[in-house]
Design a protein around this ligand. Structure first.
Ligand SMILES: *Cc1c(COP(=O)(O)O)cnc(C)c1O
Length: 474
Protein backbone atom coordinates (compact mmCIF):
# COMPACT_ATOMS: atom_id res chain seq x y z
CA UNK A 1 0.00 0.00 0.00
CA UNK A 2 1.36 3.42 -0.85
CA UNK A 3 2.24 5.94 1.79
CA UNK A 4 -0.46 8.33 0.81
CA UNK A 5 -3.09 5.70 1.53
CA UNK A 6 -1.52 4.81 4.85
CA UNK A 7 -1.46 8.42 5.89
CA UNK A 8 -5.10 8.88 4.96
CA UNK A 9 -6.07 5.78 6.92
CA UNK A 10 -4.19 7.03 10.00
CA UNK A 11 -6.06 10.32 9.81
CA UNK A 12 -9.56 8.88 9.49
CA UNK A 13 -11.97 10.55 11.93
CA UNK A 14 -12.29 8.72 15.26
CA UNK A 15 -15.75 7.52 16.12
CA UNK A 16 -15.48 8.59 19.77
CA UNK A 17 -14.41 12.09 18.81
CA UNK A 18 -17.27 12.39 16.37
CA UNK A 19 -19.70 11.26 19.07
CA UNK A 20 -18.34 13.82 21.53
CA UNK A 21 -18.61 16.59 19.00
CA UNK A 22 -22.23 15.66 18.20
CA UNK A 23 -23.16 15.41 21.89
CA UNK A 24 -21.80 18.91 22.52
CA UNK A 25 -23.98 20.45 19.79
CA UNK A 26 -27.21 18.99 21.16
CA UNK A 27 -28.28 18.53 17.56
CA UNK A 28 -29.06 14.85 17.99
CA UNK A 29 -30.49 15.17 21.49
CA UNK A 30 -32.94 12.38 22.23
CA UNK A 31 -31.69 10.00 19.52
CA UNK A 32 -30.33 6.71 20.84
CA UNK A 33 -26.56 6.56 21.39
CA UNK A 34 -26.35 3.31 19.47
CA UNK A 35 -27.97 4.88 16.44
CA UNK A 36 -25.59 7.86 16.49
CA UNK A 37 -22.59 5.59 16.92
CA UNK A 38 -23.72 3.43 14.01
CA UNK A 39 -24.05 6.51 11.81
CA UNK A 40 -20.52 7.68 12.78
CA UNK A 41 -19.19 4.22 12.05
CA UNK A 42 -20.82 4.18 8.63
CA UNK A 43 -19.25 7.55 7.76
CA UNK A 44 -15.80 6.28 8.74
CA UNK A 45 -16.30 2.98 6.89
CA UNK A 46 -17.37 4.78 3.78
CA UNK A 47 -14.22 6.89 3.86
CA UNK A 48 -12.05 3.84 4.50
CA UNK A 49 -13.64 2.09 1.55
CA UNK A 50 -12.93 5.05 -0.71
CA UNK A 51 -9.27 5.14 0.38
CA UNK A 52 -8.77 1.41 -0.14
CA UNK A 53 -10.51 1.32 -3.50
CA UNK A 54 -7.68 1.06 -5.95
CA UNK A 55 -8.50 3.94 -8.23
CA UNK A 56 -6.48 6.78 -9.68
CA UNK A 57 -8.70 9.11 -7.68
CA UNK A 58 -7.00 8.14 -4.40
CA UNK A 59 -4.39 10.75 -5.12
CA UNK A 60 -6.98 13.50 -5.15
CA UNK A 61 -8.86 12.18 -2.13
CA UNK A 62 -9.09 14.61 0.78
CA UNK A 63 -10.51 13.65 4.14
CA UNK A 64 -13.39 15.80 5.36
CA UNK A 65 -12.79 18.09 8.29
CA UNK A 66 -13.87 16.73 11.70
CA UNK A 67 -16.86 19.07 11.61
CA UNK A 68 -17.85 17.88 8.17
CA UNK A 69 -17.55 14.20 9.14
CA UNK A 70 -19.73 14.74 12.22
CA UNK A 71 -22.16 16.70 10.08
CA UNK A 72 -22.48 13.75 7.70
CA UNK A 73 -23.26 11.38 10.58
CA UNK A 74 -25.89 13.80 11.92
CA UNK A 75 -27.51 13.98 8.49
CA UNK A 76 -27.70 10.18 8.38
CA UNK A 77 -29.41 10.03 11.79
CA UNK A 78 -31.85 12.79 10.89
CA UNK A 79 -32.49 11.09 7.56
CA UNK A 80 -33.86 8.02 9.37
CA UNK A 81 -36.52 10.21 10.91
CA UNK A 82 -37.63 11.69 7.58
CA UNK A 83 -40.63 9.78 6.23
CA UNK A 84 -39.84 7.88 3.09
CA UNK A 85 -43.37 6.63 2.41
CA UNK A 86 -44.99 9.84 1.29
CA UNK A 87 -47.97 11.35 -0.38
CA UNK A 88 -47.50 12.08 -4.10
CA UNK A 89 -49.66 13.68 -6.75
CA UNK A 90 -50.58 11.26 -9.53
CA UNK A 91 -50.61 13.34 -12.70
CA UNK A 92 -50.00 10.30 -14.93
CA UNK A 93 -53.65 9.72 -15.78
CA UNK A 94 -53.34 6.05 -14.78
CA UNK A 95 -56.27 5.81 -12.39
CA UNK A 96 -55.31 2.56 -10.65
CA UNK A 97 -51.53 2.90 -10.53
CA UNK A 98 -50.10 0.02 -8.52
CA UNK A 99 -46.76 1.80 -8.00
CA UNK A 100 -48.58 4.84 -6.67
CA UNK A 101 -50.64 2.96 -4.10
CA UNK A 102 -53.65 2.05 -6.26
CA UNK A 103 -56.89 3.43 -4.80
CA UNK A 104 -56.88 6.61 -2.67
CA UNK A 105 -59.23 6.20 0.30
CA UNK A 106 -62.40 8.23 0.70
CA UNK A 107 -62.72 10.64 3.62
CA UNK A 108 -64.98 8.37 5.67
CA UNK A 109 -62.56 5.46 5.30
CA UNK A 110 -59.75 7.61 6.67
CA UNK A 111 -61.91 8.82 9.54
CA UNK A 112 -62.90 5.28 10.46
CA UNK A 113 -59.26 4.18 10.51
CA UNK A 114 -58.44 6.91 13.00
CA UNK A 115 -61.56 6.36 15.08
CA UNK A 116 -61.22 2.58 15.32
CA UNK A 117 -57.48 2.44 15.89
CA UNK A 118 -57.00 5.43 18.19
CA UNK A 119 -58.01 3.29 21.13
CA UNK A 120 -59.20 -0.27 21.60
CA UNK A 121 -61.95 -1.70 19.42
CA UNK A 122 -64.40 -4.59 19.28
CA UNK A 123 -62.32 -6.20 16.52
CA UNK A 124 -62.94 -9.72 17.82
CA UNK A 125 -65.43 -9.05 20.55
CA UNK A 126 -69.19 -9.48 20.34
CA UNK A 127 -70.61 -6.48 22.21
CA UNK A 128 -74.08 -7.99 22.47
CA UNK A 129 -73.08 -11.34 23.89
CA UNK A 130 -70.03 -10.12 25.78
CA UNK A 131 -67.89 -12.86 24.31
CA UNK A 132 -65.31 -13.51 21.63
CA UNK A 133 -66.46 -12.59 18.11
CA UNK A 134 -65.10 -12.89 14.59
CA UNK A 135 -63.35 -9.98 12.88
CA UNK A 136 -65.04 -10.97 9.61
CA UNK A 137 -68.50 -10.47 11.08
CA UNK A 138 -68.24 -6.68 10.92
CA UNK A 139 -68.55 -6.63 7.16
CA UNK A 140 -70.13 -9.96 6.34
CA UNK A 141 -73.73 -8.76 6.25
CA UNK A 142 -72.81 -5.65 4.32
CA UNK A 143 -70.94 -7.61 1.65
CA UNK A 144 -73.79 -10.09 1.34
CA UNK A 145 -76.38 -7.31 1.05
CA UNK A 146 -74.39 -5.51 -1.63
CA UNK A 147 -73.66 -8.58 -3.75
CA UNK A 148 -76.36 -11.15 -3.06
CA UNK A 149 -73.77 -13.64 -1.76
CA UNK A 150 -74.57 -16.09 1.05
CA UNK A 151 -71.35 -15.56 2.94
CA UNK A 152 -68.20 -13.43 2.88
CA UNK A 153 -64.62 -13.46 4.15
CA UNK A 154 -61.80 -10.95 3.75
CA UNK A 155 -58.03 -11.47 3.72
CA UNK A 156 -54.89 -9.45 3.10
CA UNK A 157 -55.21 -9.08 -0.70
CA UNK A 158 -56.66 -10.89 -3.68
CA UNK A 159 -53.46 -12.87 -4.27
CA UNK A 160 -53.90 -14.24 -0.74
CA UNK A 161 -57.57 -14.89 -1.44
CA UNK A 162 -56.77 -16.98 -4.53
CA UNK A 163 -54.05 -18.89 -2.68
CA UNK A 164 -56.33 -19.56 0.27
CA UNK A 165 -59.30 -20.70 -1.79
CA UNK A 166 -57.21 -23.01 -3.98
CA UNK A 167 -55.49 -24.48 -0.94
CA UNK A 168 -58.77 -24.97 0.92
CA UNK A 169 -60.69 -26.54 -1.94
CA UNK A 170 -58.17 -28.20 -4.25
CA UNK A 171 -54.99 -29.11 -2.35
CA UNK A 172 -53.58 -32.34 -3.78
CA UNK A 173 -56.20 -32.34 -6.52
CA UNK A 174 -56.56 -30.84 -9.97
CA UNK A 175 -57.89 -27.39 -10.76
CA UNK A 176 -59.03 -26.92 -14.35
CA UNK A 177 -58.15 -23.58 -15.98
CA UNK A 178 -58.34 -22.35 -19.56
CA UNK A 179 -54.97 -21.72 -21.27
CA UNK A 180 -56.34 -18.32 -22.22
CA UNK A 181 -56.59 -17.39 -18.55
CA UNK A 182 -53.17 -18.35 -17.18
CA UNK A 183 -52.43 -14.72 -16.54
CA UNK A 184 -49.62 -12.79 -14.94
CA UNK A 185 -50.95 -9.82 -13.06
CA UNK A 186 -47.56 -8.24 -12.45
CA UNK A 187 -45.56 -8.05 -9.25
CA UNK A 188 -44.81 -11.79 -9.42
CA UNK A 189 -48.42 -12.93 -9.39
CA UNK A 190 -48.86 -15.66 -11.97
CA UNK A 191 -51.79 -18.02 -11.79
CA UNK A 192 -49.69 -21.18 -12.43
CA UNK A 193 -47.22 -20.20 -9.66
CA UNK A 194 -49.91 -19.40 -7.11
CA UNK A 195 -51.58 -22.65 -8.04
CA UNK A 196 -48.36 -24.58 -7.41
CA UNK A 197 -47.89 -22.91 -4.00
CA UNK A 198 -51.48 -23.74 -3.04
CA UNK A 199 -50.81 -27.43 -3.57
CA UNK A 200 -53.43 -27.70 -6.32
CA UNK A 201 -52.35 -29.26 -9.62
CA UNK A 202 -52.93 -27.15 -12.68
CA UNK A 203 -54.89 -28.82 -15.45
CA UNK A 204 -54.77 -26.60 -18.52
CA UNK A 205 -57.49 -26.87 -21.13
CA UNK A 206 -58.16 -25.31 -24.53
CA UNK A 207 -55.81 -22.96 -26.35
CA UNK A 208 -54.68 -19.38 -25.85
CA UNK A 209 -57.49 -17.95 -27.93
CA UNK A 210 -60.24 -20.58 -27.78
CA UNK A 211 -61.54 -22.72 -24.96
CA UNK A 212 -64.92 -24.42 -25.14
CA UNK A 213 -67.10 -25.93 -22.46
CA UNK A 214 -66.37 -29.37 -23.94
CA UNK A 215 -62.65 -28.81 -23.21
CA UNK A 216 -63.45 -28.44 -19.50
CA UNK A 217 -65.79 -31.37 -19.53
CA UNK A 218 -63.23 -33.69 -21.15
CA UNK A 219 -60.64 -32.72 -18.52
CA UNK A 220 -62.77 -33.80 -15.58
CA UNK A 221 -61.49 -36.91 -13.81
CA UNK A 222 -61.87 -38.31 -10.26
CA UNK A 223 -58.81 -36.14 -9.47
CA UNK A 224 -60.61 -32.89 -10.25
CA UNK A 225 -61.14 -30.63 -7.25
CA UNK A 226 -62.19 -27.35 -8.79
CA UNK A 227 -62.99 -25.45 -11.97
CA UNK A 228 -61.33 -22.04 -11.95
CA UNK A 229 -62.21 -19.09 -14.13
CA UNK A 230 -59.81 -16.12 -14.10
CA UNK A 231 -60.83 -12.70 -15.29
CA UNK A 232 -58.16 -11.55 -17.76
CA UNK A 233 -57.88 -8.18 -16.19
CA UNK A 234 -54.82 -6.69 -17.87
CA UNK A 235 -55.00 -7.89 -21.46
CA UNK A 236 -57.52 -9.04 -23.98
CA UNK A 237 -57.19 -11.62 -26.69
CA UNK A 238 -59.00 -10.25 -29.71
CA UNK A 239 -59.95 -11.79 -33.04
CA UNK A 240 -60.75 -15.48 -33.35
CA UNK A 241 -61.66 -16.19 -29.74
CA UNK A 242 -64.04 -18.24 -27.69
CA UNK A 243 -64.46 -18.83 -23.98
CA UNK A 244 -66.92 -20.76 -21.89
CA UNK A 245 -69.06 -18.26 -20.02
CA UNK A 246 -69.48 -18.41 -16.28
CA UNK A 247 -73.09 -19.60 -16.41
CA UNK A 248 -72.20 -22.64 -18.51
CA UNK A 249 -69.26 -23.46 -16.21
CA UNK A 250 -71.61 -23.23 -13.23
CA UNK A 251 -74.02 -25.59 -14.98
CA UNK A 252 -71.18 -28.00 -15.71
CA UNK A 253 -70.03 -27.82 -12.09
CA UNK A 254 -73.54 -28.61 -10.84
CA UNK A 255 -73.92 -31.50 -13.25
CA UNK A 256 -70.58 -33.05 -12.26
CA UNK A 257 -70.63 -32.12 -8.58
CA UNK A 258 -67.64 -29.76 -8.79
CA UNK A 259 -66.94 -26.43 -7.14
CA UNK A 260 -66.60 -23.46 -9.53
CA UNK A 261 -64.42 -20.50 -8.57
CA UNK A 262 -64.12 -17.13 -10.32
CA UNK A 263 -61.10 -14.92 -9.71
CA UNK A 264 -62.68 -11.66 -10.76
CA UNK A 265 -59.57 -9.61 -10.11
CA UNK A 266 -61.08 -6.18 -9.98
CA UNK A 267 -64.51 -6.77 -8.57
CA UNK A 268 -66.69 -3.89 -9.62
CA UNK A 269 -69.96 -3.07 -7.84
CA UNK A 270 -71.13 -0.48 -10.37
CA UNK A 271 -72.43 -1.03 -13.89
CA UNK A 272 -69.72 0.94 -15.67
CA UNK A 273 -71.32 0.64 -19.10
CA UNK A 274 -73.89 3.17 -17.92
CA UNK A 275 -71.10 5.71 -17.87
CA UNK A 276 -69.77 5.08 -21.33
CA UNK A 277 -67.16 2.54 -20.22
CA UNK A 278 -66.65 -1.03 -21.31
CA UNK A 279 -69.03 -3.52 -19.73
CA UNK A 280 -67.31 -5.19 -16.81
CA UNK A 281 -69.14 -8.05 -15.05
CA UNK A 282 -70.19 -6.79 -11.63
CA UNK A 283 -69.70 -8.87 -8.53
CA UNK A 284 -73.48 -9.20 -8.26
CA UNK A 285 -73.69 -10.60 -11.85
CA UNK A 286 -71.06 -13.12 -10.96
CA UNK A 287 -72.77 -14.23 -7.74
CA UNK A 288 -76.13 -14.37 -9.55
CA UNK A 289 -74.61 -16.70 -12.15
CA UNK A 290 -74.42 -19.22 -9.30
CA UNK A 291 -70.66 -19.50 -8.91
CA UNK A 292 -69.58 -21.20 -5.66
CA UNK A 293 -66.82 -18.77 -4.76
CA UNK A 294 -65.64 -15.39 -6.11
CA UNK A 295 -62.50 -13.45 -5.20
CA UNK A 296 -61.50 -9.86 -5.95
CA UNK A 297 -59.36 -6.97 -4.70
CA UNK A 298 -60.41 -4.24 -2.29
CA UNK A 299 -58.19 -1.62 -3.91
CA UNK A 300 -58.93 -1.93 -7.60
CA UNK A 301 -62.30 -0.83 -9.00
CA UNK A 302 -63.86 -1.10 -5.54
CA UNK A 303 -61.70 1.88 -4.58
CA UNK A 304 -60.95 0.88 -0.99
CA UNK A 305 -57.94 -0.40 0.96
CA UNK A 306 -55.75 -3.34 -0.05
CA UNK A 307 -57.77 -6.45 0.73
CA UNK A 308 -58.90 -9.72 -0.79
CA UNK A 309 -62.61 -10.34 -0.68
CA UNK A 310 -64.00 -13.86 -0.88
CA UNK A 311 -67.72 -14.38 -1.44
CA UNK A 312 -69.68 -17.55 -1.91
CA UNK A 313 -71.77 -20.37 -0.57
CA UNK A 314 -71.86 -20.78 3.18
CA UNK A 315 -70.59 -24.38 3.27
CA UNK A 316 -67.70 -23.52 0.91
CA UNK A 317 -66.75 -20.38 2.85
CA UNK A 318 -66.83 -22.34 6.09
CA UNK A 319 -64.08 -24.63 4.79
CA UNK A 320 -62.03 -21.64 3.71
CA UNK A 321 -62.51 -19.80 7.01
CA UNK A 322 -61.36 -22.81 9.00
CA UNK A 323 -58.17 -23.35 6.99
CA UNK A 324 -55.16 -22.56 9.24
CA UNK A 325 -53.66 -20.65 6.29
CA UNK A 326 -56.45 -18.11 6.76
CA UNK A 327 -54.83 -17.07 10.04
CA UNK A 328 -51.59 -16.29 8.21
CA UNK A 329 -53.35 -14.16 5.61
CA UNK A 330 -55.75 -12.36 7.88
CA UNK A 331 -56.84 -8.80 7.42
CA UNK A 332 -55.84 -6.19 10.00
CA UNK A 333 -58.11 -3.78 11.81
CA UNK A 334 -57.02 -0.64 9.92
CA UNK A 335 -57.92 -2.28 6.64
CA UNK A 336 -61.16 -3.60 8.02
CA UNK A 337 -62.19 -0.14 9.24
CA UNK A 338 -61.41 1.43 5.86
CA UNK A 339 -63.10 -1.37 3.94
CA UNK A 340 -66.26 -1.15 6.01
CA UNK A 341 -66.52 2.60 5.37
CA UNK A 342 -65.89 2.10 1.64
CA UNK A 343 -68.59 -0.57 1.43
CA UNK A 344 -71.08 1.61 3.31
CA UNK A 345 -70.65 4.17 0.50
CA UNK A 346 -72.04 1.64 -1.97
CA UNK A 347 -75.36 1.52 -0.15
CA UNK A 348 -76.03 4.78 -2.00
CA UNK A 349 -74.55 4.26 -5.47
CA UNK A 350 -74.55 7.97 -6.38
CA UNK A 351 -72.50 8.67 -3.29
CA UNK A 352 -70.06 5.92 -4.20
CA UNK A 353 -69.59 7.48 -7.64
CA UNK A 354 -68.94 10.94 -6.29
CA UNK A 355 -66.91 10.10 -3.16
CA UNK A 356 -64.82 7.10 -4.18
CA UNK A 357 -62.01 8.62 -6.10
CA UNK A 358 -61.29 5.86 -8.62
CA UNK A 359 -64.97 5.70 -9.59
CA UNK A 360 -65.12 9.47 -9.87
CA UNK A 361 -62.00 9.53 -12.05
CA UNK A 362 -63.34 6.77 -14.29
CA UNK A 363 -66.76 8.31 -14.80
CA UNK A 364 -66.20 12.07 -14.68
CA UNK A 365 -67.43 13.73 -17.89
CA UNK A 366 -64.64 15.26 -20.01
CA UNK A 367 -65.94 18.79 -19.42
CA UNK A 368 -65.17 18.57 -15.70
CA UNK A 369 -61.62 17.49 -16.45
CA UNK A 370 -61.25 20.30 -19.01
CA UNK A 371 -62.38 22.84 -16.43
CA UNK A 372 -59.64 21.76 -14.01
CA UNK A 373 -57.08 21.82 -16.81
CA UNK A 374 -58.09 25.40 -17.65
CA UNK A 375 -57.88 26.35 -14.00
CA UNK A 376 -54.39 24.91 -13.63
CA UNK A 377 -53.21 26.57 -16.85
CA UNK A 378 -54.63 29.91 -15.69
CA UNK A 379 -52.98 29.58 -12.25
CA UNK A 380 -49.61 28.81 -13.79
CA UNK A 381 -49.90 31.63 -16.32
CA UNK A 382 -50.72 34.13 -13.60
CA UNK A 383 -47.08 34.35 -12.62
CA UNK A 384 -45.39 32.31 -15.25
CA UNK A 385 -41.81 31.37 -14.35
CA UNK A 386 -39.41 32.74 -16.94
CA UNK A 387 -39.25 30.69 -20.12
CA UNK A 388 -42.22 28.45 -19.22
CA UNK A 389 -45.13 27.90 -21.56
CA UNK A 390 -48.31 25.96 -20.87
CA UNK A 391 -50.97 24.63 -23.22
CA UNK A 392 -54.01 22.36 -23.08
CA UNK A 393 -53.61 19.00 -24.83
CA UNK A 394 -56.29 16.40 -25.58
CA UNK A 395 -55.30 12.85 -24.75
CA UNK A 396 -56.18 9.60 -23.05
CA UNK A 397 -56.13 8.41 -19.42
CA UNK A 398 -55.85 4.74 -18.53
CA UNK A 399 -57.86 2.68 -16.05
CA UNK A 400 -54.70 0.70 -15.22
CA UNK A 401 -53.92 -1.68 -12.36
CA UNK A 402 -55.43 -4.83 -13.85
CA UNK A 403 -58.90 -3.39 -14.01
CA UNK A 404 -60.30 -2.53 -17.42
CA UNK A 405 -57.85 -3.77 -20.02
CA UNK A 406 -57.27 -1.51 -23.00
CA UNK A 407 -59.59 0.99 -21.47
CA UNK A 408 -58.56 4.47 -22.46
CA UNK A 409 -60.65 7.38 -21.31
CA UNK A 410 -60.59 10.78 -23.05
CA UNK A 411 -58.90 13.44 -20.95
CA UNK A 412 -57.39 16.92 -21.00
CA UNK A 413 -53.77 17.46 -20.04
CA UNK A 414 -51.73 20.53 -19.31
CA UNK A 415 -48.52 20.45 -21.35
CA UNK A 416 -45.56 22.33 -19.87
CA UNK A 417 -42.34 23.38 -21.58
CA UNK A 418 -39.51 25.43 -20.18
CA UNK A 419 -36.72 27.14 -22.07
CA UNK A 420 -34.12 26.42 -19.38
CA UNK A 421 -34.85 22.76 -18.68
CA UNK A 422 -35.42 19.71 -20.85
CA UNK A 423 -38.72 17.95 -20.24
CA UNK A 424 -36.79 15.06 -18.66
CA UNK A 425 -35.09 17.46 -16.24
CA UNK A 426 -38.39 19.11 -15.34
CA UNK A 427 -39.98 15.70 -14.82
CA UNK A 428 -37.16 14.77 -12.44
CA UNK A 429 -37.46 17.98 -10.44
CA UNK A 430 -41.21 17.52 -10.10
CA UNK A 431 -40.67 13.94 -8.98
CA UNK A 432 -38.01 14.91 -6.42
CA UNK A 433 -39.77 17.97 -5.08
CA UNK A 434 -41.15 18.59 -1.60
CA UNK A 435 -44.54 17.21 -2.71
CA UNK A 436 -43.65 14.87 -5.58
CA UNK A 437 -45.72 15.23 -8.75
CA UNK A 438 -45.52 12.20 -11.05
CA UNK A 439 -46.07 13.17 -14.68
CA UNK A 440 -45.84 11.83 -18.20
CA UNK A 441 -43.34 13.11 -20.75
CA UNK A 442 -44.15 13.17 -24.47
CA UNK A 443 -43.30 15.39 -27.44
CA UNK A 444 -40.65 17.09 -25.31
CA UNK A 445 -43.35 18.28 -22.93
CA UNK A 446 -44.24 17.47 -19.35
CA UNK A 447 -47.88 16.36 -19.40
CA UNK A 448 -50.16 16.72 -16.41
CA UNK A 449 -53.34 14.64 -16.70
CA UNK A 450 -56.17 16.34 -14.83
CA UNK A 451 -58.35 13.22 -14.74
CA UNK A 452 -56.36 11.78 -11.83
CA UNK A 453 -56.07 15.12 -10.06
CA UNK A 454 -58.43 16.37 -7.40
CA UNK A 455 -59.52 20.02 -7.34
CA UNK A 456 -57.56 20.70 -4.14
CA UNK A 457 -54.40 19.37 -5.76
CA UNK A 458 -54.49 21.94 -8.54
CA UNK A 459 -52.83 24.77 -6.55
CA UNK A 460 -50.29 22.29 -5.16
CA UNK A 461 -49.21 21.40 -8.69
CA UNK A 462 -48.78 25.05 -9.50
CA UNK A 463 -46.52 25.47 -6.45
CA UNK A 464 -44.53 22.39 -7.46
CA UNK A 465 -44.11 23.64 -11.04
CA UNK A 466 -42.93 27.02 -9.81
CA UNK A 467 -40.41 25.43 -7.44
CA UNK A 468 -39.17 23.05 -10.14
CA UNK A 469 -38.78 25.79 -12.74
CA UNK A 470 -36.94 28.02 -10.30
CA UNK A 471 -34.55 25.22 -9.47
CA UNK A 472 -35.62 24.45 -5.95
CA UNK A 473 -35.48 20.69 -6.41
CA UNK A 474 -34.23 18.97 -3.30
C1 LIG B 1 -55.08 -7.99 -9.41
C2 LIG B 1 -55.44 -9.41 -9.56
C3 LIG B 1 -55.03 -10.34 -8.60
C4 LIG B 1 -54.18 -9.95 -7.41
O1 LIG B 1 -54.91 -9.10 -6.56
P1 LIG B 1 -54.14 -8.25 -5.42
O2 LIG B 1 -55.25 -7.63 -4.65
O3 LIG B 1 -53.28 -7.29 -6.14
O4 LIG B 1 -53.36 -9.22 -4.61
C5 LIG B 1 -55.40 -11.65 -8.77
N1 LIG B 1 -56.12 -12.04 -9.84
C6 LIG B 1 -56.56 -11.17 -10.79
C7 LIG B 1 -57.35 -11.68 -11.95
C8 LIG B 1 -56.23 -9.82 -10.69
O5 LIG B 1 -56.62 -8.96 -11.61
Amino acid sequence: MDERKQELLRNLPKIDEMMLRLERTDRLAGFSRELVKEACRSVVEELRGRILADTAKTKELRLPTKEAAAERAAAIVEGFGAYRLRRVINATGVILHTNLGRAPLCREALERVVEVSRGYSNLEYDLEQGERGLRYDHIRRLLCALTGAEDALVVNNNAAAVLLVLNSLAEGREAIVSRGELVEIGGEFRIPDVMAKSGARLKEVGTTNRTRLADYERAITPETGLILKVHTSNFRVVGFTEEADLASLVELGKRRGLTVMDDLGSGCFVELDRYGLEREPTVRDCVAAGVDVVTFSGDKLLGGPQAGIILGRRNVLERIRNNPLNRALRIDKLTLAALEATLVKYLRPEEALSDIRVLRALTEPLEGVRKRARRLAALVRRDLPEGMSVSLVDGMSMAGGGSLPMREIPTVLVGVRTARLSSAALEERLRRGALPVIVRVADDMVLIDLRTIDPEEVPLIRTALKAAAEGQAR
